[in-house]
Design a protein around this ligand. Structure first.
Ligand SMILES: O=C(O)CCC(=O)C(=O)O
Ligand SMILES: [Fe+2]
Length: 484
């Protein structure tokens, strides 16, 4: 008996030591990750109603150094690679001011009687040693403000909220203790995110290259019954703001044929969303595509039947309440393999998000969910990958991959919708097609659109085109948002 007790004690001691060792290693690694380099990625989110542009305040002369060739539109954002302790000025661009460098003119003042002397309003911030730095730019005029928010400041406000009702004397002590423990947890989280983000390209390359790999195992198998037909559904991934399903036999051969026939004459090189809110050809996507209109006044048409099935599925699995009016056309997409030994650039769609997937607020009128339906599958290659969720899908003819990238949504009084966007799990790709043809039908679905305000009254960044025109007048036509 005594020997047994000694053995149990020894086992417990080994277990505790190992756990402590593991925890120490993890905290050490996370501290190293955030402290050895002073480089910091920062994101500037323009929540002000104005156009803004960003300057780095150079040391020691305090010169204004522009960080953008153009401007950042309201609701848009700008990513900058910077360093700890660097100071920046966010500058509000209006019609009646000149930019602080005195060089760049944001507008055409040739028609004005007297030259403008006001320097545009600015708000400064300094990059901190912390991670996950987001600079929120809000307000206008005297209320124009750029506030830096990072993991530590977010934790501070969370703690303040948590201890709101604490007794005064115990509060500071509790806060200090918790800042240390929760702070290290947060760092671990950041580490996990960093690992996930840096592993994704490797997972993508590995899974795309392995033609024998099959569809990832489901979290849950279920069915969906629609107009008397029951279909098998597998849930492959589920979080608050993102979900991935596959649905068997979602499209009929007749529906595929109708779409292929209607798109045949207008197939052209596929494009991607551009940084100025339009679309452009890109190295990231090689395929042919053509849009097909949904005949909203012919409910027995095969394309109408498919489209209504798509929205019924989405509404049955979300609280989005989407309507068929005002939506983007159905897209017919074709990829062609040029064989195992072919040296040409292969048809594929590199990792991308169809809507917002940076964890930002959802913009009414932009995309919320996608369905990719496979009409013809290739012999080798052409899988659909969600590398950041570790999900691979091997297409089967007739099957659909359905995914959403927004959480529960709320409709406001003015008809606009709000919600939280996914933070990267819905990023996906179409793997290179090696042998054979892949023919798919994609529907990108939007919320907050209707017959009066259809999808094309918004640009690809979710901004109303009317507003973009108004801003272009101010700047004399600068585009939006890219880094220098
Ligand atoms: O080709 C695929 O599997 C994915 C297609 C896709 O991502 C899209 O059409 O948005
Ligand atoms: Fe996509």
């Amino acid at each position: 008996m005594a020997i047994l007790i000694i053995m149990i004690r020894v086992c417990i001691r080994i277990w505790v030591t190992l756990t402590l060792f593991l925890l120490l290693t993890l905290s050490f690694t996370s501290v190293c990750v955030s402290s050895t380099s002073t480089a910091r990625k920062i994101v500037i989110r323009n929540k002000s109603p104005s156009l803004i542009t960003l300057y780095w305040i150079s040391i020691p002369k305090e010169d204004y150094v522009r960080q953008q060739t153009s401007v950042t539109y309201p609701l848009d954002r700008l990513n900058i690679n910077s360093f700890v302790n660097h100071t920046f000025a966010a500058v509000e661009i209006t019609k009646d001011c000149v930019l602080p460098d005195g060089v760049t003119k944001p507008y055409d003042d040739s028609k004005l009687k007297s030259p403008i002397k006001n320097i545009c309003t600015e708000s400064r911030f300094t990059v901190t040693p912390n991670t996950d730095q987001i600079i929120l730019v809000t307000g206008t005029g005297s209320k124009f403000l750029a506030v830096l928010d990072d993991d530590v400041s977010r934790l501070r406000s969370l703690l303040d909220e948590a201890f709101e009702n604490c007794e005064e004397d115990g509060k500071e002590c509790l806060r200090q203790n918790l800042e240390v423990t929760v702070g290290s947890l947060l760092k671990k989280n950041t580490l996990e995110k960093t690992v996930r983000e840096s592993m994704a390209p490797l997972i993508e390359d590995y899974t795309c290259a392995d033609s024998k790999i099959s569809t990832s195992p489901p979290l849950q198998n279920t069915t969906w019954t629609h107009n008397g037909v029951t279909r098998d559904v597998s849930v492959l991934f589920k979080s608050d703001n993102a979900e991935v399903h596959i649905i068997k036999e979602f499209i009929s051969p007749e529906e595929c044929a109708a779409i292929e026939k209607r798109s045949a004459k207008s197939l052209h090189k596929a494009t991607v969303a551009s940084s100025d809110g339009g679309s452009e050809f890109s190295e990231n996507r090689k395929a042919l595509q053509a849009s097909v209109k949904v005949p909203l006044d012919s409910p027995s048409d095969p394309v109408y039947l498919l489209s209504s099935r798509i929205y019924d599925y989405t509404n049955a699995h979300t609280n989005y309440n989407l309507t068929m009016e005002g939506q983007e056309d159905i897209m017919s997409i074709q990829y062609k393999g040029c064989g195992v030994n072919c040296e040409e650039k292969r048809d594929r769609y590199m990792p991308h998000c169809d809507g917002e997937c940076g964890g930002d607020e959802y913009l009414s009128g932009s995309r919320v969910a996608t369905v990719v339906i496979y009409c013809k599958v290739p012999e080798i290659g052409g899988g659909t990958n969600f590398a950041k969720s570790n999900i691979h899908i091997k297409p089967e003819a007739g099957m659909a991959t359905w995914f959403r990238y927004v959480g529960d949504m709320t409709t406001l009084e003015d008809g606009t919708v709000t919600g939280a966007s996914d933070s990267g799990y819905s990023e996906h790709s179409g793997c290179p097609v090696i042998e054979g043809e892949k023919k798919i039908v994609t529907q990108w679905m939007r919320a907050g659109v209707n017959a009066e305000e259809p999808w094309d009254s918004f640009n690809t960044k979710g901004l109303k085109k009317m507003d973009v025109e108004k801003f272009k007048e101010i700047t004399g036509g600068w585009g939006g948002g890219e880094e220098l």
